[in-house]
Design a binder for this molecule. Sequence first.
Ligand SMILES: *[C@@H]1O[C@H](CO)[C@@H](O)[C@H](O)[C@H]1NC(C)=O
Ligand SMILES: *[C@@H]1O[C@H](CO)[C@@H](O)[C@H](O)[C@H]1NC(C)=O
Length: 438
Amino acid sequence: MACLNLFAVTLCLIITGTAHGFNMHQQRLRADLLTNYDKHALPADTTTVNFRLTIKHFQMIEESQTLLVDSWMVNEWMDPRLSWDPEVYDSITKLTVPHSMLWKPDLGVYNSATVGEAISYGNTLLIVFYNGRVLFVPPVQLHFTCVMDLTYWPHDTHNCTCVFGSWVHDGFAIDLQIMDDKPEMDLPMRMTDGRNLTRGTWDLLNASIVRDVKTYECCAEPYITIHMSMMVTRNAPAYAWVIKGPALGLTILTLVVFLLPPAAGEKMIFGVLCLILDMIFIGYTSFIITLAPSHTPLIVKMMCKQVLLVIGSIVVGAQTLRLARDPHTTGLPTFMQRTLIFFSTFLCLHNYRNLVWEVSRTNRQAYARSLKSDECELRENGNGQVLTGGGGGGGGGGELRSNPGHDWVLLAAVIDRICLIIFIAIFVVNAFAFSSVL
Ligand SMILES: *[C@@H]1O[C@H](CO)[C@@H](O)[C@H](O)[C@H]1NC(C)=O
Ligand SMILES: *[C@@H]1O[C@H](CO)[C@@H](O)[C@H](O)[C@H]1NC(C)=O
């Protein structure tokens, strides 16, 4: 038992002893490296900084038109002042140091949305290797501006670019290089029933990193910036249901105004109902109008055109309603009647045509008969389309009287039908014009 205890104590001593020794060496190394180390001085005349980025998460903030990217930024450079001989320091090949104690490149985001705030590196440690290589992988949040083009909302895609660079040093002092022309995209995603569930409403289609060197006329030194572009597209299938569906439905409803009979007063009620629904829809989408001050989203344009169409249909509907319902004492001139009868055949308005045609045919027959029998009688009946009382057929065989109201109903029906065709044509043209958002 005592033997076992002794063994345990010895083992313990050995372990703490080595750990202690290792710590001692680290401490000595850190002290040796950092004494007289000026973290504000550049490591060399030209320091090459290798740069890479891993995108972990991003979020488009539409109200401020900015993109918030959570990323891991990999920076790597050589600092000759930080090299040592591992033999002297108990084979220590790397050392971790708080980033605030060493020199690091003064990278800044040129199109930052939070101007004045430097990139925050948190409490990340730097790793220094014995040959002077320094590796710095801080998790950083980039917040940069990205002006959005909402024309194709809700199918909009945006190319957002974040520009990095050394804030004060030119390309001779800090030479920024990219290790990879594509940021690594490591976006967390969950699969459920074959669907990808993402945290935001945006999908990252593509991303690239480009190194840009600019030389200005004034000076010899180049200025190096890194442009990280992200193509993001809105991925919100729910918009298809709540925006596109109602928009299409409202467009189709307008056509119904012309499908109702010309004498139906419900046309007006229906038209005004369509107008109100369109207005509600425009009000509902008004939040994107405020986000797109310099251009109009196509879906809003479509609904505004829709409102004009509905107003047009109400005006035409009111007119045809009057034609069909007003009391008329005289019929239409014969040539107009003929033209209407001719057109109505093509417009599938047989029922209305027959109403008028039967009458005029019986009139003609009567005319011919009367011509033979008595000229006097002709003069009375031939001119005379005497107003009959109610709606009655008027087309009774041999009746010489006709209802002038029928002429006007036919006219209203023809106008209605022609408008229906025009509106269908406009609908088809619009459907093609706005197919990119539907
Ligand atoms: C996005 O914009 C950047 C910078 O303007 C450009 O270099 C890049 O080619 C664009 N990407 C696409 C896919 O258009
Ligand atoms: C889900 O995401 C993976 C990886 O990005 C992709 O390959 C796959 O096509 C996506 N599936 C669907 C249904 O979008």
